[in-house]
Design a protein around this ligand. Structure first.
Ligand SMILES: N[C@@H](CCC(=O)N[C@@H](CS)C(=O)NCC(=O)O)C(=O)O
Length: 224
């Protein structure tokens, strides 16, 4: 299975964590986003939307990280894998968390932090409030359950943890969300090769943010 990736991408890291949990070997194909390698015809012929992660598994080529997570478990996981059980209600909750992560939490993180780092936006304001609102929702899930979608670790956790690593990268203050912090530490300890898969990628992601024209060292403090 060819896996086109960049280690700084949190989306790629979530797929790599799930592949590791499933003991799958990914044939890693580094795409240097810093050199716009994703725009080369040899890559856009695979993925005209020119993004990583992109997976090529025989005659299937796909992108969208959360869809890849689901595919890997459906295709290579054990029957009724705990990561994504077949029960409709359990799946519904996992899917809700996956879509919440991608469509709400991750989007609000990017909506707030990208303009802050790259466009000199003013810290605080409505975008920060929206991000905090989404974090409060996640914290609520984790107050009620040890994992994002219930008593067991599922794809929801592998997806959300990559978003939370991005919050760590931008040094977002998570101290008012003790349930998120405790769960995050648990994920770091529980997920196979978490450190190995995330460490250098997070450093590169941090360097990318800090390369922006206006690194907001006091972003959060000012917002308070
Ligand atoms: N919704 C996609 C987002 C993928 C994405 O935005 N990837 C970024 C890297 S983090 C990328 O490849 N950007 C390069 C480009 O779009 O040209 C997913 O979840 O996989």
């Amino acid at each position: 299975m060819d896996f086109y990736y960049h280690p700084a991408s949190p989306y790629c890291r979530s797929v790599m964590l799930v592949a590791k949990a499933l003991k799958l070997n990914l044939n890693l194909q580094f795409v240097d986003l810093m050199k716009d390698e994703q725009l080369r015809p040899t890559f856009t012929v695979l993925n005209p939307f020119h993004c990583v992660p992109t997976l090529v598994d025989n005659d299937l080529t796909m992108w969208e990280s959360r869809a890849i997570l689901v595919y890997l478990v459906d295709k290579y996981g054990r029957t009724n894998s705990r990561l994504y059980p077949k029960d409709a209600k359990t799946r519904a909750i996992i899917n809700q968390r996956l879509f919440f992560d991608h469509g709400t939490l991750g989007t609000r993180l990017e909506d707030y932090y990208y303009p802050l780092y790259f466009e000199g936006a003013t810290p605080g304001g409505e975008k920060l409030e929206k991000l905090e609102e989404a974090l409060a929702v996640l914290n609520g899930y984790l107050i009620n359950n040890p994992y994002a979608a219930g008593p067991n670790i599922t794809l929801a956790d592998y997806s959300l943890v990559s978003t939370v690593t991005s919050l760590e990268v931008v040094q977002h203050d998570l101290s008012k969300y003790p349930a998120i912090s405790a769960w995050y530490e648990g994920c770091k300890a529980t997920m196979a090769d978490f450190q190995e898969i995330n460490e250098s990628g997070m450093q590169q992601y941090r360097a990318y943010f800090e390369s922006g024209p206006t690194p907001p060292a006091t972003a959060y403090a000012v917002a308070e």
